[in-house]
Design a protein. Sequence first.
Length: 168
Amino acid sequence: MLGAMFRPTSPVALSILIFSAATSMSAINDRQWIHGLFAETSPQPVALGETDAWQQASALAERTPDAFVLIGSGRSMHPLYTPGTILVMQKSPYADLRRGQTVLYRNHQQKVVAHLLIAKVRDGWRAQGLNNSAHDMEPVNADNFVGVVIAAFKPSGPDRTLSLASTR
């Protein structure tokens, strides 16, 4: 009787089942892990027209305590945040930081850096850019922490500055 309930699955059916499970897990992992780094708690950018992106970011910053807007530059956070992504940052308690958040901090050269928190360590947090092969040498700590990304907007459409420059 037990043997009748558990029949061997055909190799084709088993292959389909494994492929389906792997595809489902890949979709989940694509949201959580980028270039091998846990990024689930960093907001995905919302693609909007340039004007709408600015309006949405500004409105969110205005109604959120201790929030401000900045423009991302550089390629260290690609593909999550490409250059020109509008980021809404919020000053929040250092004690509330979590792995996978993108934070803004000021390094020892006073350069502002936006990278992903990858591990809590004795002297603070290790951070790393998604395109960087190693974590930042300097930890994020209560003294250099500026804020956390709470929203991101990816402007789409033609760049008006380039359009104006090319018509002259």
